[in-house]
Design a binder for this molecule. Sequence first.
Ligand code: C6P
Length: 404
Amino acid sequence: MFDVAKVKSDFPILSREINGKKLSYLDNAATSQKPQVVIDAINNFYKNHNANVHRGVHTLSEEATAMYEEAREKVARFINARHPEEIIFTKGTTEAVNLVAYSWGRKNIKKGDTIAVTEIEHHSNIIPWQILAKEKNANLKVLSIDEEGFVTGSLQGLKPKIVAVSHASNVLGTIQEIKDISREAHLEGALVFVDGAQAVPHMKVDVLSLDCDFYAFSGHKMLSPMGIGVLYVKKEILENMEPYQVGGGMIKEVFFDRATYADIPGRFEAGTPNVSGAVGLGAGIDYLNRIGMENISEHEVGLLNYSLAKLNLVPGLKTYGPTDVKRRTGLIAFTLEGIHPHDLASVLDTEGVAIRSGHHCTMPLHNKLKIPATARASFYLYNTKEDVDALLYGIEKAERILKR
Ligand code: C6P
Protein backbone atom coordinates (compact mmCIF):
# COMPACT_ATOMS: atom_id res chain seq x y z
CA MET A 1 0.00 0.00 0.00
CA PHE A 2 1.03 3.61 -0.33
CA ASP A 3 1.16 6.57 2.02
CA VAL A 4 -2.04 8.55 1.30
CA ALA A 5 -0.84 11.62 3.19
CA LYS A 6 2.28 11.69 1.01
CA VAL A 7 0.20 11.20 -2.15
CA LYS A 8 -2.14 14.02 -1.11
CA SER A 9 0.80 16.37 -0.62
CA ASP A 10 1.76 15.83 -4.27
CA PHE A 11 -1.44 17.63 -5.36
CA PRO A 12 -1.19 21.38 -4.68
CA ILE A 13 -4.92 22.08 -5.10
CA LEU A 14 -5.81 19.64 -2.33
CA SER A 15 -4.36 22.00 0.29
CA ARG A 16 -6.90 24.67 -0.70
CA GLU A 17 -9.70 25.73 1.57
CA ILE A 18 -13.21 26.06 0.15
CA ASN A 19 -15.68 28.23 2.06
CA GLY A 20 -13.25 28.25 4.99
CA LYS A 21 -13.20 24.42 5.18
CA LYS A 22 -10.59 21.85 4.15
CA LEU A 23 -11.32 20.71 0.60
CA SER A 24 -12.69 17.17 0.30
CA TYR A 25 -12.61 16.58 -3.43
CA LEU A 26 -15.05 13.77 -4.22
CA ASP A 27 -15.80 14.58 -7.85
CA ASN A 28 -13.05 12.51 -9.43
CA ALA A 29 -15.33 10.79 -11.94
CA ALA A 30 -15.93 14.21 -13.52
CA THR A 31 -12.23 15.08 -13.52
CA SER A 32 -9.28 14.26 -11.28
CA GLN A 33 -6.84 16.69 -9.74
CA LYS A 34 -3.28 16.97 -11.08
CA PRO A 35 -0.04 16.24 -9.19
CA GLN A 36 2.83 18.72 -9.27
CA VAL A 37 4.83 16.40 -11.57
CA VAL A 38 2.16 16.69 -14.26
CA ILE A 39 1.96 20.47 -13.89
CA ASP A 40 5.79 20.57 -14.09
CA ALA A 41 5.86 18.39 -17.22
CA ILE A 42 3.52 20.78 -19.07
CA ASN A 43 5.48 23.76 -17.80
CA ASN A 44 8.78 22.18 -18.87
CA PHE A 45 7.43 21.47 -22.35
CA TYR A 46 6.43 25.09 -22.96
CA LYS A 47 9.48 26.53 -21.20
CA ASN A 48 12.15 24.41 -22.88
CA HIS A 49 10.90 22.33 -25.80
CA ASN A 50 7.88 24.00 -27.44
CA ALA A 51 7.70 23.48 -31.22
CA ASN A 52 5.35 21.81 -33.66
CA VAL A 53 5.76 18.06 -34.17
CA HIS A 54 6.50 15.96 -37.26
CA ARG A 55 7.19 19.11 -39.28
CA GLY A 56 10.51 20.76 -38.55
CA VAL A 57 14.04 19.45 -38.82
CA HIS A 58 15.28 21.90 -36.22
CA THR A 59 16.27 20.75 -32.74
CA LEU A 60 13.20 21.98 -30.88
CA SER A 61 10.85 20.29 -33.34
CA GLU A 62 12.79 17.06 -33.02
CA GLU A 63 12.67 17.28 -29.23
CA ALA A 64 8.92 17.97 -29.24
CA THR A 65 8.33 15.09 -31.66
CA ALA A 66 10.38 12.73 -29.49
CA MET A 67 8.41 13.77 -26.37
CA TYR A 68 5.07 13.34 -28.16
CA GLU A 69 5.99 9.89 -29.47
CA GLU A 70 7.43 8.86 -26.11
CA ALA A 71 4.02 9.66 -24.57
CA ARG A 72 2.38 7.41 -27.16
CA GLU A 73 4.74 4.58 -26.18
CA LYS A 74 3.94 5.09 -22.49
CA VAL A 75 0.21 4.87 -23.23
CA ALA A 76 0.72 1.69 -25.28
CA ARG A 77 2.69 0.03 -22.46
CA PHE A 78 0.17 1.22 -19.85
CA ILE A 79 -2.75 -0.61 -21.49
CA ASN A 80 -0.62 -3.41 -22.95
CA ALA A 81 -1.20 -2.54 -26.62
CA ARG A 82 1.08 -4.45 -29.00
CA HIS A 83 2.23 -1.42 -30.99
CA PRO A 84 2.41 2.33 -30.27
CA GLU A 85 0.80 2.88 -33.73
CA GLU A 86 -2.39 1.44 -32.26
CA ILE A 87 -2.65 4.54 -30.06
CA ILE A 88 -4.36 7.64 -31.44
CA PHE A 89 -4.41 10.83 -29.42
CA THR A 90 -7.84 12.47 -29.30
CA LYS A 91 -9.43 15.26 -27.24
CA GLY A 92 -10.92 12.67 -24.93
CA THR A 93 -13.30 9.73 -24.79
CA THR A 94 -16.12 11.61 -26.51
CA GLU A 95 -14.00 12.43 -29.54
CA ALA A 96 -12.75 8.83 -29.65
CA VAL A 97 -16.31 7.45 -29.87
CA ASN A 98 -17.18 9.99 -32.57
CA LEU A 99 -14.03 9.04 -34.49
CA VAL A 100 -14.95 5.35 -34.55
CA ALA A 101 -18.64 5.94 -35.33
CA TYR A 102 -17.68 8.30 -38.15
CA SER A 103 -14.64 6.61 -39.62
CA TRP A 104 -15.21 2.89 -39.04
CA GLY A 105 -19.00 3.26 -38.89
CA ARG A 106 -19.61 5.06 -42.15
CA LYS A 107 -17.56 2.52 -44.05
CA ASN A 108 -18.84 -0.63 -42.39
CA ILE A 109 -22.44 -0.06 -41.28
CA LYS A 110 -25.05 -0.71 -43.96
CA LYS A 111 -28.84 -0.56 -44.15
CA GLY A 112 -30.46 -3.11 -41.84
CA ASP A 113 -27.29 -3.77 -39.79
CA THR A 114 -27.43 -3.83 -35.99
CA ILE A 115 -25.36 -1.69 -33.62
CA ALA A 116 -25.60 -2.78 -29.97
CA VAL A 117 -25.24 -0.45 -26.99
CA THR A 118 -26.34 -1.02 -23.39
CA GLU A 119 -28.73 0.66 -20.98
CA ILE A 120 -25.89 1.85 -18.72
CA GLU A 121 -23.99 3.92 -21.29
CA HIS A 122 -22.91 7.55 -20.96
CA HIS A 123 -24.48 9.82 -23.61
CA SER A 124 -21.08 9.92 -25.35
CA ASN A 125 -21.36 6.19 -26.04
CA ILE A 126 -24.97 6.43 -27.25
CA ILE A 127 -25.47 9.48 -29.45
CA PRO A 128 -22.69 8.88 -32.04
CA TRP A 129 -24.12 5.37 -32.60
CA GLN A 130 -27.70 6.67 -32.66
CA ILE A 131 -26.82 9.19 -35.39
CA LEU A 132 -24.91 6.56 -37.36
CA ALA A 133 -27.86 4.16 -37.15
CA LYS A 134 -30.26 6.88 -38.34
CA GLU A 135 -28.02 7.88 -41.23
CA LYS A 136 -27.57 4.32 -42.42
CA ASN A 137 -31.05 3.02 -41.69
CA ALA A 138 -29.48 0.55 -39.29
CA ASN A 139 -30.93 -0.70 -35.97
CA LEU A 140 -29.75 0.47 -32.58
CA LYS A 141 -30.26 -2.44 -30.21
CA VAL A 142 -30.14 -1.62 -26.50
CA LEU A 143 -28.89 -4.49 -24.33
CA SER A 144 -30.55 -4.67 -20.92
CA ILE A 145 -28.75 -4.52 -17.56
CA ASP A 146 -29.70 -5.92 -14.15
CA GLU A 147 -30.26 -3.70 -11.12
CA GLU A 148 -26.54 -3.72 -10.27
CA GLY A 149 -25.76 -2.53 -13.79
CA PHE A 150 -24.34 -5.74 -15.26
CA VAL A 151 -25.20 -6.35 -18.88
CA THR A 152 -27.68 -9.23 -19.09
CA GLY A 153 -28.94 -8.79 -22.65
CA SER A 154 -27.63 -11.59 -24.84
CA LEU A 155 -25.95 -11.09 -28.19
CA GLN A 156 -26.82 -14.57 -29.35
CA GLY A 157 -28.45 -14.54 -32.76
CA LEU A 158 -28.35 -10.73 -32.89
CA LYS A 159 -25.44 -10.64 -35.34
CA PRO A 160 -24.54 -7.03 -34.58
CA LYS A 161 -21.72 -5.32 -36.49
CA ILE A 162 -20.42 -3.62 -33.36
CA VAL A 163 -21.08 -3.75 -29.62
CA ALA A 164 -20.40 -0.51 -27.71
CA VAL A 165 -20.11 -0.94 -23.96
CA SER A 166 -18.56 0.88 -21.01
CA HIS A 167 -15.89 -0.92 -19.00
CA ALA A 168 -16.97 0.85 -15.79
CA SER A 169 -20.10 2.90 -15.19
CA ASN A 170 -19.83 6.55 -14.15
CA VAL A 171 -22.98 6.17 -12.01
CA LEU A 172 -23.14 2.64 -10.61
CA GLY A 173 -19.40 1.89 -10.78
CA THR A 174 -20.28 -1.50 -12.31
CA ILE A 175 -17.26 -3.17 -13.94
CA GLN A 176 -18.47 -5.20 -16.91
CA GLU A 177 -17.01 -8.59 -17.81
CA ILE A 178 -15.49 -7.28 -21.02
CA LYS A 179 -13.64 -10.53 -21.81
CA ASP A 180 -16.94 -12.42 -21.87
CA ILE A 181 -18.64 -9.70 -23.91
CA SER A 182 -15.75 -9.73 -26.43
CA ARG A 183 -15.92 -13.51 -26.75
CA GLU A 184 -19.69 -13.47 -27.29
CA ALA A 185 -19.51 -10.52 -29.71
CA HIS A 186 -16.73 -12.06 -31.78
CA LEU A 187 -18.70 -15.32 -32.05
CA GLU A 188 -21.51 -13.21 -33.53
CA GLY A 189 -19.05 -11.61 -35.95
CA ALA A 190 -19.16 -8.22 -34.20
CA LEU A 191 -16.37 -5.85 -33.18
CA VAL A 192 -16.24 -4.50 -29.63
CA PHE A 193 -15.87 -0.83 -28.68
CA VAL A 194 -15.10 -0.24 -25.00
CA ASP A 195 -15.60 3.12 -23.28
CA GLY A 196 -12.90 2.97 -20.63
CA ALA A 197 -13.26 6.54 -19.32
CA GLN A 198 -14.07 5.33 -15.80
CA ALA A 199 -11.89 2.21 -15.80
CA VAL A 200 -8.35 3.14 -16.91
CA PRO A 201 -7.87 5.70 -14.08
CA HIS A 202 -8.80 3.15 -11.41
CA MET A 203 -7.66 -0.34 -12.37
CA LYS A 204 -5.10 -2.27 -14.40
CA VAL A 205 -6.43 -2.46 -17.97
CA ASP A 206 -4.97 -4.89 -20.49
CA VAL A 207 -6.51 -4.46 -23.94
CA LEU A 208 -4.91 -7.66 -25.22
CA SER A 209 -6.45 -9.82 -22.55
CA LEU A 210 -9.83 -8.03 -22.89
CA ASP A 211 -9.56 -8.76 -26.63
CA CYS A 212 -11.59 -5.66 -27.49
CA ASP A 213 -11.16 -4.03 -30.89
CA PHE A 214 -11.44 -0.39 -29.77
CA TYR A 215 -10.79 1.10 -26.33
CA ALA A 216 -11.19 4.79 -25.41
CA PHE A 217 -10.34 6.92 -22.37
CA SER A 218 -9.65 10.50 -21.23
CA GLY A 219 -6.45 11.89 -19.74
CA HIS A 220 -8.15 14.37 -17.44
CA LYS A 221 -9.75 11.64 -15.31
CA MET A 222 -6.32 10.06 -14.64
CA LEU A 223 -4.25 12.92 -13.18
CA SER A 224 -3.47 14.37 -16.61
CA PRO A 225 -4.50 17.50 -18.53
CA MET A 226 -7.88 18.19 -20.08
CA GLY A 227 -8.10 18.02 -23.88
CA ILE A 228 -6.05 14.85 -24.32
CA GLY A 229 -7.48 11.37 -24.66
CA VAL A 230 -6.74 8.03 -26.22
CA LEU A 231 -8.29 5.73 -28.76
CA TYR A 232 -6.73 2.28 -29.03
CA VAL A 233 -7.61 0.31 -32.16
CA LYS A 234 -6.27 -3.12 -33.16
CA LYS A 235 -3.70 -2.49 -35.88
CA GLU A 236 -5.34 -4.62 -38.57
CA ILE A 237 -8.61 -2.70 -38.12
CA LEU A 238 -7.01 0.74 -37.90
CA GLU A 239 -5.02 0.19 -41.07
CA ASN A 240 -8.29 -0.24 -42.97
CA MET A 241 -10.02 2.80 -41.54
CA GLU A 242 -10.52 6.07 -43.41
CA PRO A 243 -9.52 9.38 -41.80
CA TYR A 244 -11.90 11.12 -39.40
CA GLN A 245 -10.71 14.66 -40.05
CA VAL A 246 -8.51 15.78 -42.92
CA GLY A 247 -5.95 18.50 -43.48
CA GLY A 248 -2.34 19.04 -42.48
CA GLY A 249 -0.19 16.42 -40.84
CA MET A 250 -2.15 13.39 -42.01
CA ILE A 251 -1.23 13.19 -45.69
CA LYS A 252 1.43 11.63 -47.92
CA GLU A 253 0.80 13.52 -51.16
CA VAL A 254 -1.68 16.25 -52.09
CA PHE A 255 -2.81 17.42 -55.54
CA PHE A 256 -5.83 19.56 -56.34
CA ASP A 257 -7.84 16.56 -57.46
CA ARG A 258 -6.71 13.96 -54.90
CA ALA A 259 -4.66 13.18 -51.81
CA THR A 260 -3.09 10.12 -50.26
CA TYR A 261 -3.03 9.63 -46.55
CA ALA A 262 -0.29 9.04 -44.01
CA ASP A 263 0.23 5.69 -42.31
CA ILE A 264 -1.30 5.02 -38.90
CA PRO A 265 -1.48 6.66 -36.41
CA GLY A 266 -0.74 9.99 -38.16
CA ARG A 267 -3.69 9.44 -40.55
CA PHE A 268 -6.02 10.01 -37.59
CA GLU A 269 -4.29 13.07 -36.11
CA ALA A 270 -5.07 15.90 -38.53
CA GLY A 271 -3.74 19.36 -37.66
CA THR A 272 -1.45 20.36 -34.82
CA PRO A 273 -2.00 17.89 -32.00
CA ASN A 274 -2.16 18.58 -28.27
CA VAL A 275 1.54 17.95 -27.66
CA SER A 276 1.73 19.41 -24.15
CA GLY A 277 -1.38 17.39 -23.26
CA ALA A 278 0.26 14.17 -24.45
CA VAL A 279 3.43 15.01 -22.52
CA GLY A 280 1.31 15.70 -19.43
CA LEU A 281 -0.51 12.39 -19.93
CA GLY A 282 2.86 10.62 -20.08
CA ALA A 283 3.79 12.21 -16.74
CA GLY A 284 0.40 11.21 -15.28
CA ILE A 285 0.98 7.62 -16.37
CA ASP A 286 4.46 7.63 -14.81
CA TYR A 287 2.93 8.81 -11.54
CA LEU A 288 0.19 6.14 -11.61
CA ASN A 289 2.80 3.46 -12.38
CA ARG A 290 4.91 4.59 -9.42
CA ILE A 291 1.95 4.16 -7.07
CA GLY A 292 0.75 0.96 -8.80
CA MET A 293 -2.72 0.44 -10.28
CA GLU A 294 -3.41 -2.56 -8.02
CA ASN A 295 -2.66 -0.40 -4.97
CA ILE A 296 -5.02 2.29 -6.26
CA SER A 297 -7.85 -0.24 -6.76
CA GLU A 298 -7.24 -1.66 -3.27
CA HIS A 299 -7.29 1.82 -1.71
CA GLU A 300 -10.60 2.62 -3.43
CA VAL A 301 -12.15 -0.67 -2.29
CA GLY A 302 -11.21 0.31 1.29
CA LEU A 303 -12.91 3.69 0.90
CA LEU A 304 -15.96 2.06 -0.71
CA ASN A 305 -16.35 -0.39 2.20
CA TYR A 306 -15.97 2.41 4.73
CA SER A 307 -18.41 4.77 3.05
CA LEU A 308 -21.06 2.22 2.05
CA ALA A 309 -21.21 0.95 5.64
CA LYS A 310 -21.79 4.49 6.92
CA LEU A 311 -24.04 5.79 4.14
CA ASN A 312 -26.32 2.76 4.33
CA LEU A 313 -27.03 3.62 8.00
CA VAL A 314 -28.45 7.06 7.10
CA PRO A 315 -32.29 6.86 7.19
CA GLY A 316 -33.84 7.62 3.80
CA LEU A 317 -30.50 7.33 1.97
CA LYS A 318 -30.34 4.81 -0.88
CA THR A 319 -27.09 3.83 -2.55
CA TYR A 320 -26.88 2.28 -6.01
CA GLY A 321 -24.51 -0.18 -7.67
CA PRO A 322 -23.11 -3.67 -7.13
CA THR A 323 -23.01 -5.08 -3.58
CA ASP A 324 -19.69 -6.79 -4.33
CA VAL A 325 -17.13 -3.98 -3.99
CA LYS A 326 -14.60 -5.97 -6.04
CA ARG A 327 -16.90 -5.61 -9.05
CA ARG A 328 -17.22 -1.82 -8.91
CA THR A 329 -14.98 1.22 -9.05
CA GLY A 330 -14.65 3.78 -6.28
CA LEU A 331 -17.78 5.84 -6.67
CA ILE A 332 -21.19 5.89 -5.03
CA ALA A 333 -24.37 7.37 -6.47
CA PHE A 334 -27.13 7.89 -3.93
CA THR A 335 -30.44 9.61 -3.27
CA LEU A 336 -31.65 11.12 -0.03
CA GLU A 337 -35.38 11.15 0.61
CA GLY A 338 -36.89 14.63 0.50
CA ILE A 339 -33.71 16.42 -0.65
CA HIS A 340 -32.84 17.11 -4.27
CA PRO A 341 -29.25 16.10 -5.15
CA HIS A 342 -28.49 19.68 -6.33
CA ASP A 343 -29.56 21.09 -2.95
CA LEU A 344 -27.48 18.45 -1.18
CA ALA A 345 -24.43 19.28 -3.33
CA SER A 346 -24.85 23.00 -2.54
CA VAL A 347 -24.93 22.37 1.22
CA LEU A 348 -21.92 20.03 0.92
CA ASP A 349 -20.02 22.79 -0.87
CA THR A 350 -20.45 25.02 2.20
CA GLU A 351 -18.49 22.31 4.05
CA GLY A 352 -15.75 22.16 1.40
CA VAL A 353 -17.05 18.84 0.01
CA ALA A 354 -17.20 18.63 -3.80
CA ILE A 355 -19.57 16.03 -5.25
CA ARG A 356 -21.54 15.90 -8.48
CA SER A 357 -25.32 15.92 -8.72
CA GLY A 358 -27.69 15.41 -11.64
CA HIS A 359 -28.06 12.74 -14.30
CA HIS A 360 -24.29 12.54 -14.99
CA CYS A 361 -24.92 12.35 -18.76
CA THR A 362 -26.80 9.07 -18.34
CA MET A 363 -30.46 10.04 -18.76
CA PRO A 364 -31.53 6.61 -20.11
CA LEU A 365 -29.97 4.91 -17.06
CA HIS A 366 -31.70 7.32 -14.67
CA ASN A 367 -35.00 6.71 -16.50
CA LYS A 368 -34.46 2.98 -16.01
CA LEU A 369 -33.79 3.54 -12.29
CA LYS A 370 -36.93 5.75 -12.22
CA ILE A 371 -35.09 8.68 -10.63
CA PRO A 372 -34.40 12.06 -12.24
CA ALA A 373 -31.06 12.60 -10.56
CA THR A 374 -28.54 11.24 -8.08
CA ALA A 375 -25.79 12.64 -5.87
CA ARG A 376 -22.43 11.05 -6.62
CA ALA A 377 -19.27 10.85 -4.52
CA SER A 378 -16.31 9.55 -6.48
CA PHE A 379 -12.95 8.65 -4.97
CA TYR A 380 -9.36 8.54 -6.11
CA LEU A 381 -5.95 7.66 -4.74
CA TYR A 382 -5.63 10.83 -2.62
CA ASN A 383 -8.98 10.53 -0.82
CA THR A 384 -9.11 9.55 2.83
CA LYS A 385 -11.63 8.39 5.42
CA GLU A 386 -11.65 12.01 6.64
CA ASP A 387 -13.07 13.04 3.24
CA VAL A 388 -15.84 10.46 3.72
CA ASP A 389 -16.47 11.74 7.26
CA ALA A 390 -16.77 15.29 5.87
CA LEU A 391 -19.32 13.97 3.34
CA LEU A 392 -21.35 12.34 6.12
CA TYR A 393 -21.19 15.47 8.25
CA GLY A 394 -22.40 17.51 5.25
CA ILE A 395 -25.30 15.10 4.66
CA GLU A 396 -26.39 15.50 8.31
CA LYS A 397 -26.13 19.27 7.94
CA ALA A 398 -28.28 19.20 4.78
CA GLU A 399 -30.91 17.20 6.62
CA ARG A 400 -30.90 19.67 9.53
CA ILE A 401 -31.24 22.68 7.22
CA LEU A 402 -33.45 21.36 4.44
CA LYS A 403 -35.78 19.02 6.31
CA ARG A 404 -36.83 21.44 9.08
N1 C6P B 1 -18.17 11.47 -17.48
C1 C6P B 1 -18.86 12.33 -15.32
O1 C6P B 1 -18.93 13.22 -14.46
P1 C6P B 1 -15.00 13.08 -21.81
O2 C6P B 1 -15.91 14.21 -21.40
O3 C6P B 1 -14.94 12.94 -23.30
O4 C6P B 1 -13.66 13.16 -21.15
O5 C6P B 1 -15.66 11.74 -21.22
C2 C6P B 1 -16.96 11.38 -21.55
C3 C6P B 1 -17.36 10.15 -20.80
C4 C6P B 1 -17.55 8.97 -21.50
N2 C6P B 1 -17.85 7.83 -20.86
C5 C6P B 1 -18.00 7.77 -19.53
C6 C6P B 1 -18.31 6.46 -18.88
C7 C6P B 1 -17.84 8.94 -18.78
O6 C6P B 1 -17.99 8.87 -17.46
C8 C6P B 1 -17.53 10.16 -19.42
C9 C6P B 1 -17.44 11.43 -18.64
C10 C6P B 1 -18.12 12.63 -16.59
O7 C6P B 1 -19.37 11.23 -15.16
C11 C6P B 1 -18.64 13.88 -17.24
S1 C6P B 1 -20.30 13.73 -17.78
